[in-house]
Structure formats: structure tokens, C-alpha cells
Write a protein that binds this ligand. Structure first.
Ligand code: BGC
Length: 797
């Protein structure tokens, strides 16, 4: 029963404070959000429409307020052009205040084409913002005008329809941007702002949408094949999957993409593909229901070549700044949406109880308390609190539950018991993800401690996760099965999976009908139809199918997916995939996730003038940095198509003013930076945590020898472990002056040089207890074992 009591108390405290939305992005416009009855509305997402401000967002607090109130003089961002005339002749200039009230008219019978000063007029006006309507030879145009007393500023021309009300025009003309305020289940509103520090005094009212009524209005018209289509998920076109025409003719509800699904194609290619499918669904199906297109998005938009790849989750778990974590997932959302996808299989919120698990790098940490926090920030980053935001996508918390807590860390094995302990460790993260609004959840391949496979575990999938009884999460989104997780579709074992992930061919998902040899989606629902109609399943299955279909439709309604702004890709986002701003966030994450475990003899920071010898494969190897789930499923060592970024060596070279060599020994250097690493992998078991185990990268043995020799030769030796998990470092730890756990940092290797050379301090803390060796596993905080370094340990210098 280790930790049980402590965990229960922590969970209670968390749920108690669950209505607070906490940290969010960098937002300075302030205001208040209310519901249609005028009561404060918390948890609304506020964003700017200007895509350059995409990494600034806020959530309304308990009193409905958002933003930061800025006092003192407020700089305005207007342009300084003079009033300019595009026509000459008889010109009328009407001046309006910002409420749309006309306050002055200037008629100039002989104005020439060109610029014109209104300063004499403005001298008579109070200092304020106005807009002017210029009528010249029957042509109307509008311009904004700011009278600061001695200085007149106008905007360039606006071509707005003169039929709009002057009030609307005034606001549009005055705005430098608009804010969008929305919340899942509410109709969003757009409010123009006149500067990026505006204080909006009129409360912004959001009206609730009756989502269930919307779902029913679609559902009630659907035929059986249409309903079953909503539960189908054939593979994307990168494989042998659906195209626009087969998607529409089969009334497909979802599209699947696993590791490597884009086959080297980029974000623009996929956006074209998805937009094509969506247009076909709208134009060629009776119900016009757009698809959810979900790919594995594991550390950034990691299925997408050219995207920004963040540190894998275990390294993100070392970051203390939760805003930065949220920001990482906001960037992911922008890149996922830019690539045309609107659904992604992540975040993985496995609690990493055994470091031997081959997927340890996919979870954030070993404690349920911190998993709750990480899950919340990941979901808020991916989805915000408004799934109808065009820059949010439907997240998928996985793998429910106990995947990181199996006996001996065996992948797809059996979770350690007893039941109460397993629940206390593995369920809180999901309560947190649901509370943050996660749209979908994926059951685990593993079995619960009672031996029942999770896909068949009605007690947890339905009676706990989907139920609201006894304070259970009451999850209203849908459960997507894991890849070809075989479970006979039989009412006696139907445990709650709504959308089976059955994209392949020959998938034995339907025990009563082995005819599963065609392309996944079509055959899947044909079989599904047969089974659904089989008398043996009676009403129970029909009820479950209906509930599953409604859950899929609910997610689509939450997302407002029926609107073109949601189902068609915003190409501005496509052009931002892998952009410098996004990489800067990833670099900040790399830097903040580095954990300094040893630092003697003032080894770190490394003086920039040092002569540095870099040794070890991972010192200059983008493939080893990004690990698995990077364009391809397994990842691979070295440079490869679609993975672009900076290696650590490149980062060191840009920082260090001394001589930098790579894999050329250490004789002529005073500093050695030695890299140890793992060969990329995904979903594989490597129970051996030794540095030279089966999954270690080729150079480790020789690097270990060189570390000892360099140390004996009196060099300063800094060892950096680039690995998805914690390993047995007994062979090197006494032969170095400094030791850093870098996790799997992703594409921005210069985040590592940032901290090694002292441009930034080390702030990362261990997300797991570091074992002495494999035999000590499982080892976790709160148990009696003493590892090499405690959970939460990390030096600052
Ligand atoms: C993994 C999931 C993944 C799915 C789709 C499975 O093998 O367990 O994490 O989302 O494949 O690729």
C-alpha cells in the first residue's frame, strides 16, 4: 500500500482547487467574461486573432477576469501616415467618434489627390481616437485618426463596405487586432481592441450552446451505416488508406495516422489531403459531418516532417515552469492544426513506476501528484479550454491506465496491485485530464492488476472514467482503442471503447465475422453492421453503439467542426510549422529540462574560451536527440528526412570561442564533453538499464573508456546522457566532474549548450528516482529503497 494515503490526500487537495485555471500565456489586454445572465464565467480562453500573437493567451479566472491591467500611459500601435486621398475633386470628410457618432464634417471643394492634413480640424477636437469617412467623387473610404493634440495620426485606407453601421466600422477601424473569447460548449465572440494593452470595460458575454441538442439533431437523421461510419477510423492516404472519395462514400468519421504515416510528406501536403477529405464530406455526404483526423503527436507534431520536436515527455517532466510546459503544447497545437490534423494521440500521461519500461520516455514522471499537474498543463496547451478554437486540437490522454506501472516494467504487461494502490497511482492523472477537458482517451494495451485487459475493463472504462457517481471523472468525450487492440466485439465484453483503432487489414477485431481483409475502415464498418444487426447482441450493443456515436459527434460539436473555419486548415499556421518562434520555445524547454546531477571542481559553467573535445555519437546526431516517434515510429540514428534542427555540437560551436573538436580524442583540449546515449526505439522492452545494454548507442563503450582516460589525464570531464530514461551510470559517475541528464531533447540541441556554458542556469529536477542499477527497479519516491539520486533532485550550479 505504499504511498496510498499520501496520494489520496494530494488528490483531494487537487480536486478541491480544480476550478482555478492558473497559469497561462502572456496576455495584457484585460476584461471580464460573463455568461448570458451576466454572471462571471471562469475558464474561457482568450486569444488574439493576429497570428503573430499566437503564443499569447489567457483563461478567465473565477471572477471572470482575464489579462493584466496595465497602468500609466499606454503606447498605441497606430501607423503615422497622413490622411491620404485616392481621388481628387470634391471631397467630404466626416469625422466620427468611436461610438460611431458623427461629430464634424469638412467639405473641401478643391482637394487634390494625395495626402491631406486634418490638423486644423483636430485642434478643435479633444484628444481621442476618431475615424473619418472620406467621400471623393462618389468613392467612399475610411481611415482611423488619432488626435493626440499636437500630432495627428491616421491609418492607411480601409476598404470597408459603406453599408455597415458606422458603429461597427468605428470598431473595426480602431482595432489593431481583435480578441477571441470562447469556451467549450459556448459560442465564441470576437471583440476588436484598440491596442495590445486595452482594458475592455464592457463585460464580454458568452452564450451556452445546447451541445446535446445539437448532437441529437444530427444523430436523429443518421442511418445505421452513417452511425457506424462515425466509429470507423481507416488509415490516412500516406499508407493505403482513404482518399476524399472513399472517405465520403463510406461516410467515414475518423482518419488514423500512426508513426511514419506521412511517408515523408510535409504539413502542406497533409493539409491539402485533409481539406480535400473535409470538402468531400461536406459536399458529398448527406449529413455533412467532417472527419477527425488523428495522428500520433508525441513530442510536438511529431508525425509531421519539418515540425518542431520538443523534448520527450519525461524530460518535460523535469521542467519546473508550468507556463513553459503549457507553451510547448500550444506550439504543438499550432503545428498540428497547421498540418491539417485536428486530433492527436497524446499526451501520454503514464506514471513511470519502473524505468525499465521501454516507453518510459513517453510519461512525465513517477508520481501521481505531478502527473496531475503535467496532464492538466498539457491538455490546456493542446486544447486550451475552448475546443472550438481553430488553433486547438482534440487531445488524447493515453494509455488508460497503469501502462507505466506494470510488473517488471514489461510493455503491455500487467499493472502492479493491489487494486487500491493501482488506482491511487494511475488514475489521478486521468481525473486531471478530464477536468481540463480532454476530448479523447486511449485505453492501454496492458492488463489491470486483476488480469483483465484494459480494453475489456468495464469497471474502469465505463464505471469509473465515464461515470459521474462518487466523484468519478464523468468523461464525456470518447474512448479510442489502441492500435488493433484485439477484443471481440461482443456485448459481454464491451467495456466502453467507443472508436476501435482498427486501421489495418486482417484485423481480428470482430470475432464473429473474420472477414476483415479489405482496407480497414470500409470492412470494419461492414462487419460492424453485421454484428450490430445480429440478434445475439440485442439492444445492449445498439445502446452502446448509439452512445459511442453520440460521443464522437459531441467532440465534433465541441470543436464546432461543422464550420469551415474549423474543418479547413488555416494556411497561416501551415507556414508556421517548424518556424523560428516555435523552435525558440522548444529550445527554452530543452534548457529548462536539463538536470545537473553532479558538479565538482567548478566544471560548470564551462568557460566559453575553453578548448572543448566533444566525444560520443550523440554530440552531433539529430536522430539520437529526437529518439522514437519522430517522423517515423521508431526514429533512427543520424540525420534523416523531415528532422531538422540543431545538434549539440552546432550549439557548442556557436557558443564556445575556444577550439571545438568532435570525436577526435581529447589530447588538445582542456574540457571534454562526453555524450552517452541510447539508440532510438519505440514500444520495445529493454529491461537492462546498463550503458552498454542492447539499446545503447554504438559509441558508449568507447566513450566510457575515454571518460576514464581523460579524467585520469586531468581534463575537466562533463558527461551528458541523452537518453529517454535514467540508466545505470556507475561506470562513469566517479570519473567525471559534472554529469547532466538531458532526456531526449528533440530538435533543439542548442538548449543544452545554453546551460553547459552558463548562458542559463540549470533548473531541471529529476522526474523519477534515479536507480543505482536495473536490479533496484522498481524504485520510486516514498518507498524504502535509496537510489543514486532522489526524485526531484537537481543542482542549479
Ligand atoms: C501505441 C499508441 C499509438 C498507437 C497508434 C500503439 O501501438 O500504443 O501509443 O497511439 O499505436 O500509432
Amino acid at each position: 500500500m505504499r504511498n496510498c494515503k499520501k496520494i489520496a490526500v494530494a488528490l483531494a487537495a487537487f480536486l478541491f482547487s480544480a476550478t482555478a485555471f492558473g497559469q497561462s500565456g502572456d496576455f495584457t489586454v484585460s476584461g471580464k467574461v460573463v455568461n448570458s445572465s451576466g454572471q462571471a464565467l471562469s475558464g474561457a480562453t482568450v486569444t488574439f486573432l493576429n497570428v503573430n500573437k499566437r503564443l499569447s493567451w489567457d483563461f478567465s479566472r473565477a471572477d471572470g477576469s482575464f489579462g493584466t491591467v496595465v497602468s500609466g500611459s499606454i503606447p498605441r500601435a497606430e501607423q503615422t501616415a497622413r490622411l491620404s486621398m485616392s481621388a481628387s475633386g470634391l471631397v467630404t470628410v466626416d469625422i466620427f467618434d468611436m461610438a460611431g457618432k458623427k461629430i464634424s464634417t469638412v467639405v473641401n471643394p478643391s482637394l487634390a489627390k494625395g495626402t491631406y492634413s486634418l490638423e486644423p480640424v483636430c485642434a478643435k477636437l479633444s484628444k481621442a481616437m476618431y475615424f473619418v469617412k472620406i467621400t471623393a467623387n462618389g468613392k467612399v473610404s475610411y481611415q482611423k485618426l488619432v488626435n493626440t493634440g499636437n500630432n495627428l495620426r491616421t491609418s492607411s485606407d480601409y476598404s470597408l463596405s459603406s453599408s455597415s453601421s458606422e458603429m461597427v466600422l468605428a470598431k473595426k477601424l480602431a482595432s489593431v487586432d481583435s480578441i477571441r473569447v470562447g469556451k467549450t460548449g459556448y459560442k465564441s465572440v470576437i471583440v476588436p481592441i484598440t491596442s495590445y494593452t486595452d482594458n475592455i470595460t464592457t463585460p464580454i458575454a458568452l452564450t451556452a450552446i445546447n451541445i446535446d441538442a445539437q448532437v441529437d439533431s444530427i444523430f436523429n437523421l443518421m442511418t445505421l451505416p452513417e452511425k457506424l461510419g462515425q466509429l470507423a477510423m481507416p488509415p490516412n492516404a500516406g499508407g493505403t488508406g482513404v482518399n476524399a472519395s472513399s472517405a465520403a462514400s463510406n461516410r467515414i468519421g475518423n482518419i488514423f495516422g500512426g508513426g511514419g504515416c506521412l511517408d515523408g510528406k510535409d504539413a502542406a501536403y497533409n493539409a491539402d489531403y485533409v481539406d480535400g477529405v473535409q470538402n468531400a464530406m461536406i459536399n458529398n455526404t448527406p449529413r455533412k459531418i467532417p472527419v477527425l483526423c488523428g495522428y500520433d503527436m508525441v513530442h510536438g507534431a511529431s508525425a509531421v516532417p519539418g515540425a518542431t520536436f520538443f523534448p520527450h515527455n519525461l524530460a518535460l517532466g523535469a521542467i519546473q515552469d508550468t507556463l513553459l510546459i503549457q507553451k510547448a503544447f500550444r506550439v504543438t497545437a499550432l503545428e498540428v492544426r497547421g498540418s491539417g490534423c485536428n486530433w492527436g494521440f497524446g499526451p501520454c500521461i503514464a506514471v513511470i513506476r519502473d524505468d525499465r519500461w521501454g516507453r518510459a520516455y513517453e510519461g512525465f514522471c513517477e508520481t501521481p501528484e505531478r502527473t496531475q499537474i503535467m496532464a492538466r498543463h498539457a491538455v490546456l496547451g493542446i486544447q486550451t479550454t475552448d475546443l472550438s478554437l481553430p488553433q486547438a486540437y482534440a487531445g488524447c490522454a493515453k494509455h488508460f491506465a497503469g501502462d507505466g506501472n506494470t510488473l517488471n516494467g514489461t510493455n503491455t504487461g500487467t499493472t502492479e496491485g493491489p487494486d487500491a494502490t493501482a488506482r491511487a497511482i494511475n488514475l489521478p492523472g486521468y481525473a486531471s485530464a478530464v477536468q481540463a477537458g480532454v476530448a479523447t482517451i486511449m485505453p492501454s494495451f496492458s492488463a489491470w492488476c486483476d488480469g483483465r485487459r484494459m480494453h475489456r475493463n468495464r469497471a474502469l472504462l465505463t464505471d469509473w472514467l465515464k461515470s459521474t457517481a462518487n466523484g468519478n471523472p464523468g468523461f464525456k468525450g470518447f474512448l479510442v482503442g489502441d492500435y488493433e487492440a484485439a477484443w471481440p466485439l461482443d456485448s459481454s465484453v464491451w467495456a466502453g471503447v467507443d472508436v476501435p483503432m482498427a486501421p489495418g487489414t486482417g484485423v481480428g477485431i470482430i470475432s464473429t465475422n473474420p472477414n476483415t481483409t479489405g482496407p480497414g475502415g470500409e470492412i470494419y464498418y461492414q462487419n460492424f453492421t453485421n454484428v450490430y444487426n445480429a440478434p445475439k447482441f440485442g439492444g445492449i450493443l445498439q445502446g452502446q453503439v448509439n452512445d459511442a456515436v453520440k460521443r464522437v459527434l459531441r467532440v465534433k460539436c465541441w470543436m464546432n467542426l461543422f464550420s469551415p473555419s474549423q474543418y479547413i486548415t488555416d494556411r497561416r499556421l501551415t507556414s508556421l510549422v517548424g518556424c523560428a518562434d516555435h523552435r525558440a520555445v522548444a529550445r527554452a524547454c530543452v534548457r529548462a529540462s536539463q538536470v545537473l546531477l553532479k558538479n565538482i571542481n567548478s566544471a560548470i559553467p564551462i568557460p566559453k574560451s575553453s578548448n572543448v573535445a566533444i566525444i560520443g555519437d550523440a554530440g552531433d546526431n539529430i536522430g539520437l536527440q529526437v529518439g522514437g516517434w519522430a517522423v517515423t515510429w521508431q526514429g533512427q540514428a543520424g540525420a534523416y528526412n523531415g528532422v531538422t534542427g540543431t545538434t549539440v555540437r552546432q550549439g557548442v560551436a556557436a557558443t564556445c570561442t575556444g577550439n571545438v573538436t568532435y570525436n577526435q580524442g581529447y589530447t588538445n583540449s582542456n574540457y571534454v564533453i562526453a555524450f552517452l546515449s541510447e539508440t532510438p526505439y519505440a514500444e520495445t522492452d529493454f529491461p537492462d538499464l546498463s550503458l552498454t545494454g542492447k539499446n545503447s548507442s554504438g559509441s558508449n563503450s568507447s566513450v566510457i573508456t575515454q571518460i576514464a582516460a581523460a579524467h585520469a589525464a586531468g581534463k575537466k570531464v562533463v558527461v551528458v546522457l541523452i537518453a529517454g530514461r535514467v540508466l545505470d551510470i556507475s561506470s562513469v559517475i566517479d570519473n567525471c566532474d559534472a554529469f547532466v541528464w538531458a532526456g531526449l531533447p528533440g530538435t533543439e540541441g542548442n538548449g543544452i549548450s545554453d546551460v553547459l556554458f552558463g548562458d542559463y542556469k540549470f533548473t531541471g529536477k529529476l522526474p523519477v528516482t534515479w536507480p543505482m542499477n536495473s536490479a533496484q527497479e522498481p524504485i520510486n519516491s516514498g518507498d524504502t529503497k535509496v537510489g543514486r539520486y532522489a526524485y526531484g533532485f537537481g543542482l542549479t550550479d
